[in-house]
Design a protein around this ligand. Structure first.
Ligand code: XMP
Length: 485
C-alpha cells in the first residue's frame, strides 16, 4: 500500500463526506454482503467466537436477524457439536432429525429433556432408537403437579392413532395449510411403516415468515459457524462439526500469518473436504496474501483492537484497525472477502470498516452483556446496576474455565506458561441483542443513504476503489466536535 493516508489510522480519525441522497426510504436499503466466496448475509454482522459472546442462543438469534454466529471452541467437541445441532434444528421449516424419547421414559425425565433442549413437544418412539413413531408429548399433555413425574410418557402422550401426520415429501405451503386447517401445532413426517423422517411446527413456520432476511442454508435451516483452532483435536472437531451440519469453520489463532495456519488449512482441506473456511487473524497485506494463497474462503482481520485484548499493550504487535482493513483489502481486493474483527465502539465504525475494505464485521463487546450472550446477569449490590462478564479468550479466567476439570494436568500447566494477552471486564446489561442489531441495521442504512446509494453493495462499489476521496481526516478540534459529548 503506497498511500500514507492510512498509516496509523483507525475509525475515530475520520468523518464521511455526505453525498447527494437518492434513497426514498432508508428502511428499504439492502445491507446484503458476502461472508465467504459462497455465503451471503443480509446483515453483515458476525458475532465473535468468544465464550462470553457466542453460544447457542446468540448463534440462533444472529442467524434469525440476518447475521451469523461463530460458536466458540472453549468447550468439548461434544458440547460444541450439540450447540451447532441445536441451531440447525431450530426454526427450520422441516426439522430433519427431531428429538425423540422412547416409550417407558418417565414424565419427569421428559420434562428435563424438553427444558434442556428448549422444545415444546417431544416425539415418542416405540423403543430406544427404533425411529418408529408412537405419539407426541406436548406441553399441554404434561401434568401440572409432580405426583405423576414417575409415570411413563405413554400415559399422557397423544398416541399416533389420534395424530395428524404426513408422508416425508411435503411443500412448506401444504404443511402450512394442514397446520391451519387441522388447528395443530406439529406435523410429524412419517412413512407407511411409521418411520420418523421429520417434523414441521407451526411456530417455526410463522417465525420464518416474519423474518425473510434470516440467514438460511439451501434446506431452509439457520446458518451457523464454529471455531476450531489449529492445534490439538482441531481435525476431529472439524469433522464432527461438519457431520453436524455446520456451514462454516473458523480457524481462529492470534497470529494467522504463520506456518501453523498453513498446515492447519491444508489438513482441514484434506481431511474434511469442501467446507467454507474463515481464517485469521492477520492485519497486514502480506498476511492477507498469505491466507489467500493457502486457499481460505474469508480472511479475518484484526490484531489487538478488541476490547478484551491486551496484545498491543503486552507485545507492541498490531496495526490500527482501519489501516489493517484497507491494507488487507488492497492486497486481495474482492478475491477473498474480509471480516473486520474487533475494535468497533460505535455503529459508524461498522460502516467505515465496510466502505474501506471489509465485507462483514465481527463484533465481540458490542454484542456482549445481552440476554443472548452466555453468562449470568449480576446486580451490583451498591449501585443496583445490572452487568455481565465479557472477557478476552486468552484472559486467565477464560483459559482456566475452558480447562477446568481437564484430566490433563500438563495441558493446564502449559496453557498458563504463556502470559495472558486478554482481560476480563464487566459490561452493562443491555437486554436483547435483537434491539442492538436493530439499531445497527438502522444506523447502517442511514449511513448508506448519506453515501448517496440505495444499497451497501452500491456504496462499497463506489467508495472502495479510493475511500480517501470520501473521508475527512480529523484535527483534534474536529475530533472533539464530532465525537466528544
Ligand atoms: P471487540 O472489540 O468487538 O473484539 O470486543 C472482539 C475480538 O477480540 C479478539 N479477542 C482477543 N484478542 N486477546 C486478544 O488479543 C484475547 O484474549 C482476545 N479474545 C478475543 C477476537 O478477535 C474477537 O473477535
Amino acid at each position: 500500500m503506497s498511500n500514507s493516508f492510512w498509516i496509523g489510522k483507525t475509525f475515530d480519525d475520520f468523518l464521511f463526506r455526505p453525498q447527494q441522497g437518492i434513497s426514498r426510504s432508508r428502511r428499504q436499503i439492502s445491507l446484503a454482503s458476502r461472508l465467504t466466496s459462497t455465503l451471503t448475509l443480509e446483515l453483515p454482522i458476525v458475532s465473535a467466537n468468544m465464550d462470553t459472546v457466542t453460544g447457542r442462543r446468540m448463534a440462533d438469534t444472529m442467524a434469525l436477524q440476518g447475521g451469523l454466529g461463530v460458536i466458540h471452541r472453549a468447550l468439548s467437541i461434544e458440547k460444541q457439536v450439540e450447540k451447532v445441532t441445536s441451531v440447525k434444528r431450530s426454526h427450520s421449516a422441516v426439522i430433519e432429525k427431531p428429538l425423540c424419547l422412547p416409550m417407558g421414559t418417565s414424565i419427569g425425565e421428559a420434562i428435563a429433556f424438553a427444558r434442556r433442549h428448549d422444545i415444546g413437544g417431544i416425539l415418542i418412539e416405540t423403543s430406544p432408537s427404533s425411529g418408529i413413531l408412537a405419539g407426541i408429548l406436548s406441553n399441554r399433555d404434561i401434568p401440572w403437579t409432580n405426583e405423576s413425574s414417575h409415570r411413563p410418557v405413554e400415559a399422557f402422550m397423544t398416541p399416533i392413532e389420534k395424530l395428524h401426520s404426513h408422508s416425508p415429501e411435503i411443500a412448506v405451503e401444504e404443511a402450512e395449510r394442514i397446520l391451519f386447517e387441522k388447528r395443530i401445532e406439529r406435523l410429524p413426517l412419517i412413512d407407511e411403516s411409521r418411520r420418523i423422517y421429520g417434523l414441521i411446527t407451526r411456530k417455526d413456520i410463522l417465525f420464518l415468515r416474519e423474518r425473510p432476511f434470516a440467514s438460511k442454508d439451501k434446506k431452509g435451516r439457520l446458518l451457523v459457524a464454529a471455531a476450531i483452532g489449529a492445534r490439538g483435536d482441531f481435525i476431529e472437531r472439524a469433522s464432527e462439526l461438519v457431520k453436524a451440519g455446520v456451514d462454516c469453520l473458523v480457524i481462529d489463532i492470534a497470529h494467522g500469518h504463520s506456518s501453523i495456519m498453513a498446515q492447519a488449512v491444508e489438513q482441514v482441506h484434506k481431511q474434511v473436504g469442501d467446507i467454507a473456511l474463515i481464517c485469521g487473524n492477520v492485519s497486514t497485506s502480506a498476511g492477507a496474501k498469505f491466507l489467500m494463497d493457502v486457499g481460505v474462503d474469508a480472511i479475518k482481520v484484526g490484531v489487538g483492537p478488541g476490547r478484551g485484548c491486551r496484545t498491543r499493550l503486552e507485545t507492541a504487535a498490531g496495526v490500527p484497525q482501519l489501516q489493517a482493513i484497507r491494507e488487507t483489502w488492497c492486497a486481495v481486493e474482492e478475491a477473498v472477502p474480509i471480516i473486520a474483527d474487533g475494535g468497533v465502539r460505535h455503529d459508524k465504525d461498522i460502516f467505515l470498516a465496510l466502505i474501506c475494505g471489509a465485507s462483514t464485521v465481527m463484533l465481540g463487546s458490542p454484542l456482549s452483556g445481552t440476554d443472548e450472550s452466555p453468562g449470568l446477569v449480576i446486580e451490583d449490590p451498591v449501585s443496583h446496576m445490572k452487568k455481565k462478564i465479557y472477557r478476552g479468550m486468552t484472559s486467565p479466567e477464560a483459559v482456566y474455565e475452558s480447562l477446568y476439570g481437564a484430566e490433563d494436568a500438563e495441558m493446564l500447566e502449559s496453557a498458563f506458561e504463556t502470559p495472558a494477552e486478554g482481560q476480563e471486564i464487566q459490561v452493562p446489561y443491555k437486554g436483547s441483542v435483537v434491539s442492538v442489531l436493530g439499531r445497527i441495521r438502522g444506523h447502517l442504512q442511514s449511513a448508506v443513504s448519506y453515501a448517496g446509494e440505495n444499497s451497501l453493495a452500491d456504496a462499497r462499489q463506489k467508495i472502495i476503489p479510493d475511500p480517501s476521496v470520501y473521508l475527512i481526516p480529523l484535527s483534534e478540534a474536529s475530533w472533539r466536535e464530532s465525537y466528544v459529548r
